[in-house]
Design a protein around this ligand. Structure first.
Ligand code: FPP
Length: 248
């Protein structure tokens, strides 16, 4: 019976038709910890571990871009201890990455305003981003850090307006491709699939411009329980959709 059940729930993924870019809102860490009587920070630590595993899996199966929401512009409202625990996990991850990212063929970029971060974390972001320019990665990981979709769009609009004021650009030159070039994600293809675990049905200010035609996948599973099998289910659901991009 157990064998039959696991066969039934196993997702059928066509490995030749994978999305190029998968984006994930890593949600549900706090609830996962609460259900176990643990501090919320234990949920973030478990979430960071799952992120490592999912990034490795994405690389192994041939996904080119993985973007994750690690810390939003609104997350500063959380208790100071929780904010520093998340920043500490990011530092730990980046310190580990410095040693092995080239060997693992993973490049790292950060989307967001890094200026309010600690000098140590900023330096690690700069260093890993700089290392990423020295080789062609198999998987490009974008970590959204102090990121907000509206904030990103406003900054892009301001930067374009400044270029116009400086005589470098003309308002009529602005089209979607040109505007995309002013976003933090300049040069990164739009996400094909956006995954939100933990049962919440919102985008929460994540990749608002870039997700215009993304397929959305929601699951009740909390992020620290998210697995390769869960990602397979999301990929199979993505492949079962008909993407028309506004056409018929
Ligand atoms: C949302 O869950 C999660 C976060 C705001 C933090 C995500 C951070 C990590 C997984 C750790 C560091 C990341 C990397 C890339 C190493 P929540 O706290 O809102 O959960 P809840 O909705 O259950 O309260």
């Amino acid at each position: 019976m157990v064998f039959l059940k696991s066969r039934q729930t196993q997702a059928q993924v066509d490995w030749k038709r994978l999305p190029r870019h998968v984006a994930i809102i890593m949600d549900g860490n706090g609830r996962w910890a609460k259900r176990r009587g643990l501090p919320r920070t234990a949920g973030h630590a478990a979430g960071a571990e799952v992120f490592r595993n999912i990034a490795t899996y994405c690389k192994d199966i041939g996904i080119e871009y993985l973007t994750v929401y690690a810390f939003s512009t609104e997350n500063w409202k959380r208790p100071e201890a929780e904010v520093s625990a998340i920043m500490g996990l990011l530092e730990q991850y980046l310190l580990e990455s410095i040693e092995k990212m080239e060997r693992d063929q993973i490049t790292l970029h950060f989307l967001g305003d890094l200026s309010p971060l600690s000098p140590k974390l900023r330096e690690l972001c700069d260093r890993t981003q700089n290392i990423s320019t020295h080789y062609e990665g198999k998987l490009h990981v974008n970590v959204c850090l102090n990121y907000g979709g509206r904030d990103e769009i406003l900054r892009a609009a301001r930067a374009f307006a400044a270029d116009c004021a400086a005589g470098k650009k003309k308002p009529e030159e602005l089209d979607e491709a040109a505007f995309s070039g002013y976003l933090y994600s300049a040069g990164v293809p739009d996400p094909d699939l956006v995954i939100r675990p933990s049962g919440e049905l919102r985008l929460s200010n994540f990749l608002l411009w870039q997700s215009a035609y993304a397929e959305l996948y929601y699951t009740d599973v909390l992020w620290p329980d998210f697995s390769k099998e869960e990602l397979d289910r999301a990929l199979a659901a993505y492949q079962s959709r008909s993407r028309r991009f506004g056409g018929v």
